[in-house]
Design a protein around this ligand. Structure first.
Ligand code: SAM
Length: 290
């Protein structure tokens, strides 16, 4: 019997009188095949430490603990702490940390792994209302996570893994793909959760690149330029750049010069630019004095 078996989940929820909190994005997985597939996709073994975000009642945690060296699970909802103590009572290699992942000091936390030198993978069924902030928090923590294998709303997974010239491609694709490769591993129907969410989900596998995808002079400026390129999706790159940097004659001259250096046509749309194009553009803008 597994925590995620529908009857077991129901019994646990009843025994503890647990009621779902929508504001915490609580949709618990009740499909053991999918949990096994997540573990397989993440290629976890006893030489890997895992960080889980939002263990809920421990459905995924149980599978992770069985396969990994150790699991550190961050859960914001303090009502779930005694439940996890109950459901994971026979599991020795899980630390539950009752903390908002967005406020956690991960650099300090990861020193608490019994073997902190093992590679760390992030595996989670994420709370959907903060998928992007969580990913950015993890990426920006500068911890050398080797992989993220995380469930999210399918639409967000599509945006993160999108290629140029598609509707889904945008600054989020660039923010993640700059550091990681990203591909949708499989789709998960809404019917396997309690309660069922309003959208389908996907497992996204992201693997850290050895080097960022492009070399840029100033990362923050590069991200700023790539965001600016998508503010008005129907407008040309030129229009987006002048909205962002200004329309004064002198500014326009500098913008023209930068586009020339980067060999990018001003009439193009942001969505047609590859990450390398945005890198060249950002560096050229710096070169002309932005
Ligand atoms: N892992 C469980 C499963 O698959 O059944 C639960 C997944 S549920 C989609 C998301 C979980 O994240 C919930 O347990 C929720 O309480 C927790 N959560 C929400 N916001 C959080 C935050 N900021 N930090 C840590 N956990 C959070």
């Amino acid at each position: 019997m597994r925590i995620a078996d529908k009857n077991v989940t129901r019994a646990i929820l009843e025994r503890h009188g647990f009621t779902f909190k929508k504001s915490f994005g609580q949709n618990f997985l009740t499909d053991t095949n999918i949990l096994q597939k997540i573990v397989d996709t993440a290629e976890i073994d006893k030489n890997v430490n895992v960080i889980e975000i939002g263990p809920g009642i421990g459905a995924l945690t149980e599978f992770l603990a069985e396969n990994a060296a150790e699991v550190m699970a961050f859960e914001i909802d303090d009502r779930l702490v005694p439940i996890l103590e109950d459901t994971l009572r026979d599991v020795g290699n899980v630390q539950v940390i009752n903390e908002d992942i967005l406020k956690s000091d991960l650099q300090t936390r990861i020193k608490d792994f019994a073997n902190p030198d093992l590679p760390i993978k992030v595996v989670a069924n994420l709370p959907y209302y903060i998928t992007t902030p969580i990913l950015m928090h993890l990426i920006e923590s500068k911890i050398p996570f080797s992989e993220f294998v995380v469930m999210m709303q399918k639409e967000v997974a599509d945006r993160i893994s999108a290629e140029p010239n598609t509707k889904a491609y945008g600054s989020l694709s660039i923010a993640v793909q700059y550091y990681m490769t990203a591909r949708v591993a499989f789709i998960v129907p809404r019917t396997v959760f309690v309660p069922a969410p309003n959208v389908d989900s996907a497992i996204l596998k992201m693997v850290r690149r050895e080097e960022p995808l492009v070399q840029v002079q100033d990362e923050d400026f590069f991200f700023r330029v790539s965001k600016a390129g998508f503010v008005h999706r129907r407008k040309t790159l030129w229009n987006n750049l002048t909205s962002h940097f200004g329309k004064a004659e002198e500014t326009k001259e500098k913008l023209e010069k930068a586009l020339e250096i980067a060999e990018i046509k001003p009439t193009i749309r942001g969505e047609a630019l590859s990450i390398a194009d945005f890198g060249r553009l950002a560096d050229a803008l710096k070169e002309v004095g932005f």
